[in-house]
Ligand binder design. Sequence first.
Ligand code: FEO
Ligand code: CA
Ligand code: CA
Ligand code: CA
Length: 639
Amino acid sequence: MAKDFDTMEDSNRSGNPTLHEVSDPARRLYLQAAGGAWLTSLLAPLAAGCAHSNPSAALGPRARMGFRAVPPSAADQLVVPPGYIAQVLAPWGEPIGIAAHMPAFARDASNSAHDQAYQLGMHHDGLSYFPLEGSSAHGLIALNHEYTDDGLLHPDGMQPMTAEKVRKSQNAHGLSVYEVRLREGRWEMVRPSKYARRFTMQTPFTVAGPAAGHPLMRTAADPAGLRVLGTLNNCASSQTPWGTYLSGEENWANYFAAGPQPSAHHKRWGLREKSSYQWDGHDERFNAERNPNEPNRYGWVVEVDPYDPESTPIKRTALGRAAHEGAWVALTRDQRAVVYSGEDARFEYIYKFVSRDRMRPGGAKANRELLDHGTLYVARFYADGRGRWLPLVHGQGPLTAANGFADQGEVVIKARQASDALGATRMDRPEWLSIDPRTRWVYCTLTNNTSRGQPGQPGVDAANPRANNAMGHIIRWLEAGDHDGETFVWNHLVLAGDPANTRPEARGDVQGDFFGSPDGLGFSPNGLLWIQTDASATQMNQGEYARIGNNQMLVCDPDTREIRRFLTGPVNCEITGVSFTPDGRNLFISVQHPGETPSERSDPRQPRRFSNWPDRHPDGRPRSANVVIRRLDGGEIGT
Ligand code: FEO
Ligand code: CA
Ligand code: CA
Ligand code: CA
């Protein structure tokens, strides 16, 4: 999504080098290797490792696609292939199932702030299915509510903004956990449920890792710097191998008002004079002039244990602060956690964290400190198809007190500035990542960056090879040896675009069904790669996107690079969030902001102007919702 809130951030003025030796770096490397000795040496340890523990052996061969593609669509409906059924589940405003209070959704948006704290939030994004006792028919959904459209959230929009509206907006943000069950071919929310839970701007989060208690994390309300109320703009999500949920705090900068002269630190993080949400008028925390450290308490990856409704969620500062899209875990062969993450902002970076300790059996409790100790790195992509992870470690290289990094806490709080200093590669808005367990290749969507190559902006480089990159691409890499490797080889899976576009940079090289602005990404248990798109309402069905249609979900076979369109969404929605039941027969997604306006804030007098999905009630309003997709014959999705 886009303009003011999600996509336009562009505050990297580091002058990091760009690589001009663009020579189609991509295709050369996917194991055709060009015979380079360096590549052979990089891959040798991987091959050796595979001989002992080939991850693909337990997973079976990758499935082949077996469905009929759906055509592009501009209709206000959700379309899946013949033989599939899509069921709407858990739209914004449904009571989540906390027994004490289950207020019904009011179609006129008249639910109170108190009601909203017991209902599903707005703008569903990343989600994960957590099985109960291993079941593919009974589990929990953990879900992010990225942001709000306050034009739809209140009967009279934001004019005027009041304390009650600010509280309702805050209660429509955050996370949800709800219980689901499959009965006679249909999924249902289980309500009430002992697991049902909302995390809002009033929920206490513990701060853990090197920034815990740091002077830059202390505020008048929290002099110890150890406890933050709330989580903000939670975008992508994942599930850890020890059974917890990871969620990224993305465009938190938009919630703060930094005044007419933001500090250099605030500026580097994209804070502006005024907040897009107008919370600061009623909640002092969001006045960053008066509370300059409050923004430092956002931009973290948060970890939640959905199985324990009494657990306190944790901000994991060792993973670095960023406009985090999300975070995704791989395990080294000796069971250390490697967490990949990126930040969706123009010209920002891709990170990885390697834990010091090994994962232990025993779930969340046994691994409570696993993500607090380890080494954080930022990626540098070279033009020859190689890359290197640069350590973000206090005292190493330029990351010294003399250069403004007093300790490791300051390095992680100022991860952007530290990455600037190291000369990391400035990317075209890293969104979701996904790790192929069969091959260990790591995939990352780079959604678009129309500023690339514009006057006064960084030019193209090998990893981000297109000027005015309106279409986006997907990059992938393979670590030397294991996931903790400090070097890697990389190439592009695909450059998105419509081959009929007149501008060469907007054509792409898609084999199969074309698309633009890849964002959500995830592997199904059968090894297919699912790609979700997020073109903005100002792009969709227009110009270079004229033939692409509404946002959609496609499937890719990473071995052949074939891409096939699986689903199209209603008008002006984003398709996001991808999670399968363990048997691969149920796919949960989010349909975010159907009917989004080009300004991203609806006119409360015309709530149904662009969409009335999914309720289609004459007095209703569009609602973000989770959708679960099944095959009519009960088979595996995608095959
Ligand atoms: Fe929230 Fe980068 O998408
Ligand atoms: Ca969106
Ligand atoms: Ca996006
Ligand atoms: Ca996204």
